[in-house]
Design a protein around this ligand. Structure first.
Ligand code: SF4
Length: 288
């Protein structure tokens, strides 16, 4: 041995060993498509180098931005192809009928509301007819939609205010709609967008919340903040259609439990943490 050269000894502090463990922990995991029924995740398929190299690790890629204009444009393009002309599924023939149906649809399904409203509007054809009722008189007619006491109060309260303050006409302005009992931004946006074709905001219901979070268009969980996030990244001329598209997508494929990712046209640009099938990296926080 050359004089003065001493073989390196492990540091008594164990520093090298820690560094080795940290280095190996940083090694990127491979990716694989995960079939339905198996837990999705960024793990390499056993013995399948090919599967691992086919996939795109996007988050690890430098500068991944889920609301980048190109990604938003791609999402909108695919939604347009999937749902070119969808609209509100609540049956209605006037702004008033749509307002009532939207109030009744809270915590209920559109199909359930559509079973109730034809008879309701046959029995009470005008806003003035509703304004003349007490909430107790309306309750039996809307009972099957759930939360019927509150809903009856809201509908009758809205009818009275429309008659007293707005000459019997449903107002077509956000500020005025928000003065009606039982009407918050979601209901106001449904009426403004679907009936008056006015894009004052974006409808945020349970479906929009779920799909927007899975697609990483928002990290928020409460409707007003989600709406603001979406209004910032979605072009205004798409606000009305976009909300309907997310609602339809949330009903058909991006359902709450076990979304049908294998059939979804957005799959390879969706990194949702609760996907049931994936060809791309999973982002744990992007989920319902
Ligand atoms: S891939 Fe799955 S989670 Fe993502 S949007 Fe489609 S159905 Fe929803």
């Amino acid at each position: 041995m050359v004089r003065g050269v001493v073989p390196r000894q492990p540091a008594k502090t164990g520093r090298q060993e820690r560094a080795r463990i940290e280095r190996s922990a940083k090694k990127p995991a491979g990716l694989r498509p995960v079939p339905p029924g198996q837990k999705p995740g960024p793990t390499r398929a056993k013995g399948s180098k090919q599967a691992a190299t086919k996939l795109t690790p996007t988050r690890a890629s430098k500068g991944y931005n889920p609301v980048a204009p190109e990604r938003i444009a791609e999402i909108l393009k695919r939604l347009d192809q999937l749902y070119p002309d969808v609209t509100c599924a609540l049956t209605h023939k006037s702004a008033w009928e749509l307002l009532v149906a939207t109030i009744l649809s809270a915590q209920s399904t559109d199909a359930n509301v559509n079973r109730v409203t034809p008879e309701l509007f046959r029995k009470y054809p005008t806003v003035a007819d509703f304004a003349a009722l007490t909430p107790e008189q309306l309750e039996p007619d809307v009972r099957s939609t759930g939360f019927f006491r509150n809903k009856s109060k809201s509908v009758i309260g809205a009818a009275k205010k429309i008659v007293s303050d707005f000459g019997g006409q449903v107002p077509d302005e956000m500020d005025k709609l928000l003065t009606l009992p039982g009407v918050a931004r979601k209901t106001a946006n449904v009426v403004l967008g679907t009936w008056f074709h006015k894009a004052e905001g974006i409808v945020v219901d349970t479906h929009v919340t779920r799909v927007a979070r899975r697609l990483e268009l928002t990290k928020n969980t409460d409707a007003p903040k989600i709406e603001q996030d979406l209004m910032r990244v979605i072009p205004r001329e798409k606000w009305i259609l976009f909300a309907h598209q997310l609602i339809w997508h949330g009903r058909k494929l991006c359902v709450a439990r076990r979304p049908k990712c294998v059939d979804c046209a957005l799959e390879n640009i969706c990194h949702a943490g609760d996907k049931t099938w994936t060809t791309v990296e999973i982002h744990k926080n992007a989920k319902l």
